[in-house]
Design a protein around this ligand. Structure first.
Ligand code: SF4
Length: 236
């Protein structure tokens, strides 16, 4: 006879780490009026690889201001787009990806418009987004979670992924999609889209402040009592 499975222990770990991080950093809540148009969020994600968020935000606003519409951005020559993206990392590559992404949306939808995603279940919408050039799981989750779509989807960027790998919440070599697939089903059910967004922002901050790629400040880190890497380091 097969015994019924109990709740996944990671659910409790995530809930408790969330509370610890709020106690440590305070609340990081994105106000509803900061939720942007989904296309703006998509563009910001596509041109934002390896670039600071504030710079990508400014670049996204600049592009829309320069061309007036996203169709105008799509029609602009790549070299011109790259000029507008000089503060981004790899401006030429970002311009190429952005143009290809916007052109594919126009090809499929007739214009740069993502409103059809509001009629799709979250997973289906994300899968559609991931068929676009330059869009993988981090960006698709960002579009459905942090824009006006406001759906339950966990954004996992490189800071976030490094922390959950070291803590042992996901396997050490899990890529973003694998980490997403492992954690989404075990997030506390009562978490809203806003809670999930806040969770990402809190864990990302751990990665920015304490859990750097080549240096870990475990002694000061709020996660130290529930972290496999810190436990191993303490054992020596
Ligand atoms: S305790 Fe150390 S390894 Fe674990 S998340 Fe914090 S800084 Fe990273």
């Amino acid at each position: 006879m097969q015994l019924p499975l109990g709740p996944d222990p990671r659910t409790q770990r995530l809930a408790s780490l969330h509370a610890t991080l709020i106690a440590h950093f305070g609340r990081i809540v994105r106000p509803d009026d900061k939720r942007r148009d989904p296309v703006w969020t998509l563009v910001q994600g596509v041109i934002g690889a390896r670039t600071k968020t504030a710079i990508s935000n400014a670049n996204t606003d600049r592009l829309l201001e320069a061309y007036g519409t996203w169709e105008g951005v799509a029609a602009a020559p790549e070299e011109e787009l790259a000029e507008h993206l000089q503060t981004a990392t790899f401006p030429a590559l970002m311009a190429e990806r952005l143009k290809a992404c916007l052109m594919q949306i126009i090809e499929e939808r007739g214009q740069v418009d993502l409103r059809h995603l509001s009629n799709l279940p979250t997973e289906e919408g994300m899968e559609w987004l991931e068929t676009l050039p330059g869009v993988a799981r981090k960006i698709s989750a960002q579009v459905v979670n942090t824009s006006m779509f406001n759906r339950r989807a966990l954004v996992i960027d490189t800071n976030h992924r490094r922390v959950i790998q070291r803590m042992g919440l996901v396997p050490p070599k899990a890529d973003t999609t694998r980490a997403y697939n492992a954690l989404m089903p075990v997030l506390p059910e009562e978490w809203s889209a806003g809670d999930i967004d806040e969770h990402h922002l809190l864990v990302k901050r751990v990665g920015q402040v304490y859990c750097r790629p080549s240096m870990q400040k475990c002694d000061a880190c709020p996660m130290r009592n529930d972290c496999q890497y810190a436990a191993r380091a303490a054992r020596g």
